[in-house]
Design a protein around this ligand. Structure first.
Ligand code: AMP
Length: 563
């Protein structure tokens, strides 16, 4: 018997989730589904994000909907627009083989008239943020008298965001006779109070340990000087070739500043913060989901509810002031049983907070040593060689190449080919670590501010960086030079477009073009010596009717955003 059928779920629902690749119920689903289906009692579920809680309440809610009753029968309240949209979209997928169910997501920051139209059309299940829900209740568009199931999702987040009164007011509007499910990642006295006031003899389930961040996340920290944090961030991204992560910042300005600098340095990055219009947010999230952005710089509020699969890293550019946010941040990785890494980038004076987090979030931190330049290069070249060797070497490929391409190379010694191959890969990577020393701060230098614990070494994939000490110089490709190109702001170009243009006409990777400073009709940028030489050979290229020119400007200046 299908394990979901065994829980009492309808075959049409089982078929839909089977198509989504769900084979076995998660722990929270095992506990919540039978309870919600039978409407036996209220439920408090302490469950982290990524445990499958949406299906835990969503599947039984869908099954209990009376298709012929048009009024609202289930209400799911969640803290953010993103989470609302995510839940509504999941419910639609789960109900694919059921008779049509009216599922509407309502949230602020979007046209209320369009939402009113949708609600009037069919709204058997409403997924809402508290503020917009109250607005619609006051306008008498949403009526809750027939609601039989209420879910408070990420209840702790809603309290953190100041929705306490709204939540209480909404709960007071719902009928006495109903089932309530309260889902929260953490259990605080405030959550207890809400539960005691609005839930009746709830069954309480805990998935994983109370107040703990997920177990399949590796929690790590690094200690560097404050001025080296940006360098550390870039090295982490460079070292982990498959880096796909969220970098948490304290302020909107910081997300913007870091994202601008990363883009200027050739990384695919963008930021998410409260000042962005919804359309911009959606665009950023779309690009992030499709991996057009490798590093998403976000504030805590903006990143709430993000459910993106396969996030490899969570970086805390600063630790959160509110410790509970640590759990929420790190829960954005290791979704659906996968593994993930959370790295806190600390400077010496921030290190004391680790104690509190370890105690309150129930995690154990391991030290992560920021790789030096040589380690980055080694790890990347090692990956390249492995991928190169794994690639099939069938004759058919060779036959497609013209003899005049093959023979000149055949004349070269094997060693020369190897050397040139690696050199060209280094250039393609565009990573220059000419002067990239060890930036880890010695643990003992943390003195009383530190945790008084010895380094246990980072958890490294690929070449292990050594502990402490200054590293040697890297195998980069020469010193950096400052270049001039005769296109700029007035040409309406973006940083990436300048990179593309350079690549198109010189075949030098966009990653080699760093620190672009756009002026009126010209720009400056930094590149390594070899790439610069190649770029300066540009000819027969023009833009806006001007022949393109790339020339030496001056030597690179030292600055806040070095490599
Ligand atoms: P949630 O905790 O609801 O945000 O779910 C996290 C992720 O796990 C989502 O991408 C779900 O599609 C996925 N998921 C939920 N339940 C299961 C299951 N039983 N088997 C496999 N994946 C699941």
């Amino acid at each position: 018997m299908n394990p979901f059928s065994a829980l009492g779920l309808d075959p049409a629902i089982c078929r839909a989730i089977e198509e989504l690749g769900f084979e076995n119920p998660t722990d929270i689903q095992l506990k919540a589904i039978p309870l919600f289906l039978s409407q036996a009692s209220d439920l408090i579920a302490l469950a982290q994000t990524g445990t499958g809680k949406t299906a835990a309440f969503g599947l039984p809610i869908l099954q209990n909907i009376e298709p012929d009753v048009r009024t609202t029968q289930a209400l799911i309240i969640s803290p953010t627009r993103e989470l609302c949209m995510q839940i509504a979209s999941d419910l639609k997928k789960f109900s694919k083989h059921l008779p049509p169910v009216g599922i509407v997501a309502v949230y602020g920051g979007s046209s209320i008239t369009a939402q009113i139209r949708e609600i009037r059309h069919s709204s058997q299940i409403i997924v809402a943020t508290p503020g917009r829900l109250i607005d619609l209740i006051e306008r008498k568009v949403i009526k809750l008298q027939d609601v039989s199931t209420v879910v408070l999702d990420e209840a702790d987040e809603m309290l953190n965001m100041g929705f306490r009164e709204d939540m209480e007011r909404i709960l007071a509007e719902t009928p006495e006779e109903k089932i309530t499910g309260l889902f929260s990642a953490t259990m605080s006295p405030d959550i207890r109070r809400i539960a005691a006031t609005y839930l009746k003899d709830p069954v309480e389930v805990t998935i994983g340990k109370k107040n703990t961040a997920q177990q399949n996340i590796s929690h790590q920290y690094s200690v560097v000087q404050a001025k080296d944090k940006y360098t550390a961030l870039k090295r982490i991204i460079d070292f982990h070739e498959d880096f796909y992560g969220i970098v948490f910042c304290t302020t909107k300005a910081e997300t913007q500043e870091l994202s601008d600098h990363l883009v200027r340095d050739g990384y695919s990055a963008d930021c998410l913060h409260g000042d962005l219009a919804q359309a911009q947010r959606d665009k950023v999230m779309h690009r992030f989901r499709h991996k057009a952005i490798k590093a998403l710089l976000a504030t805590d509020v903006a990143a709430r509810g993000i459910d993106v699969k396969n996030i490899s890293h969570i970086i805390h550019y600063h630790l959160p002031d509110d410790i509970e946010n640590y759990t929420h941040r790190s829960g954005r990785t290791a979704r659906a049983g996968q593994k993930g890494v959370s790295i806190a980038l600390l400077h010496i004076r921030e290190a004391y907070k680790l104690h509190q987090i370890e105690k309150l979030a129930g995690v154990k931190f391991e030290r992560y040593l920021i790789p030096n330049g040589e380690q980055v290069i080694q790890a990347r070249i090692k990956n390249f060689i492995e991928a190169f060797k794994a690639d099939s070497d069938d004759d058919a490929k060779l036959k497609r190449f013209k003899n005049e391409w093959i023979w000149p190379l055949m004349e070269l010694d094997k060693e020369v080919i190897v050397q040139k191959l690696i050199e060209s890969e280094l250039k393609r990577m565009g990573i220059n670590y000419t002067d990239a020393p060890d930036i880890n701060v010695d643990e003992t230098a943390r003195g009383s501010a530190g945790r008084g614990e010895k380094s246990r070494g980072g958890s490294w994939e690929g070449g292990k960086p050594g502990k402490g000490g200054r590293s040697g110089k890297s195998g980069g490709s020469g010193k950096m030079v400052r270049l001039f190109i005769n296109v700029g702001k007035k040409d309406g170009l973006k940083y990436d477009e300048i990179r593309e243009m350079i690549y198109k006409h010189t075949k030098v990777s966009g990653r080699a073009v760093k620190d672009i400073e756009m002026k009126g009709v010209y720009s400056f940028f930094i590149a390594d010596h070899d790439s610069a030489d190649q770029m300066r050979k540009i000819k027969n290229a023009s833009f806006n009717g001007r022949p393109l020119r790339i020339d030496l400007a001056s030597e690179q200046k030292e600055g806040k955003y070095n490599s």
